[in-house]
Write a protein that binds this ligand. Sequence first.
Ligand code: F3S
Length: 413
Amino acid sequence: MFLTDEERRILDGEYGEPQRIALGVLLKLGEAYGADRMVEIASAHVVGSSYQIAGEAGIEIYSQLVAQGARVKVRTTSDPGSIDFLRWREFKTPANYAERQIKIAALLDQMGVIPTWTCTPYTTFNVPRFGEDLGWSESSAVVFANSVIGAHTNRLAAYVDVCAALTGRVPRFGLHLPECRRGEVLFELDPDLATNFEDHFFPALGYLIGQVTGDRIPVIAGVKHATFDQLKALGAASAASGSVALYHMVGITPEARTLEEALGGRAPAERVSVGKREIVQTLEQMSTGQAGAVDVVGVGCPHASIDQMRRYAALLRGKRVHTGVQLWICTNTAVEEMARKMGYVEAIEQAGAKLMVGTCHNDCPLGAWGFRRLVTDSGKFAYYTPTTVGTECVFASTEACLEAAITGAVERP
Ligand code: F3S
């Protein structure tokens, strides 16, 4: 790989041990993937902020880095942690577990990481521009940054993201190269689909796309309109059921003004027709649980936006969550504060729902609750919670989720 004079000096240790080690890791990664050189990044986003992901190894590594004077070189934000820093006792998090997460938070603070504790950093303090190179991890954030914003980042692994943050660089391969951003699998939607499925439609379509596409790049043709939150939900589901890091939606995402542009002027390697039947089959797969009594409801995955908070408040105002049911809404502190100012948090809490801030059902240890059936409107939760929380899962629309929390029971969609 070509290295600049400065990069050679970093590898010689002129800028300190943390940068030397970090660039060495990135160099090995670049060589493995055939990168020609490093590229400077505008920002980093790190997943090893979570104790569940970083573990004791993370504490050890970050402690050493801090002792060696490590500071991030570019704007760097933290993914959700494994506790709600204010309410961890309410979520029955063991005290020794919370202590370990708090220790990681203190170490990241010393390295200069912005403590966003969110999987939607693009809504708060880490908003990329079109065409910028980034060093991000967190699959749902990566797919949003690449697809909806048109920034360039591969799906970095934990610790590689820290190396990117410490050096302000990543090896130039994969989605940093224009020729690797062309669509490969074309999903052609029946014209009436988007209106038939509304709320369910986007995460279900994302889930289906992830299953078919794997790590290739899907192009979606036939969606007339999609909101910020619908694009967020679709991407997160596709990145969970598959490894999608970039999708193009014709006429909607910035590198897909036309079908030809999305495909880079080539024919798709595969065409997939998506009609009502395919969506119904996907909805069946997303629900591993049966209809019946519910004990936990999870919305806000990826972390809820202010629009979603408004919607939850409107749906819950004057209602009451059923005894024995936990309704948890995941979001970040910036959205929480705004939602509090706007009266949404009051309506949500008066109904008996809880905000889960800076973390989520998948990141927290929830064993003490003994949950059996989770209802969610998130394709990502639907994919992971049977493993991470150990529950059955019923995927449903946002309205149906909140209704289940109020009645204490759910139908399969
Ligand atoms: Fe975010 Fe947790 Fe979902 S990290 S994307 S809320 S699984």
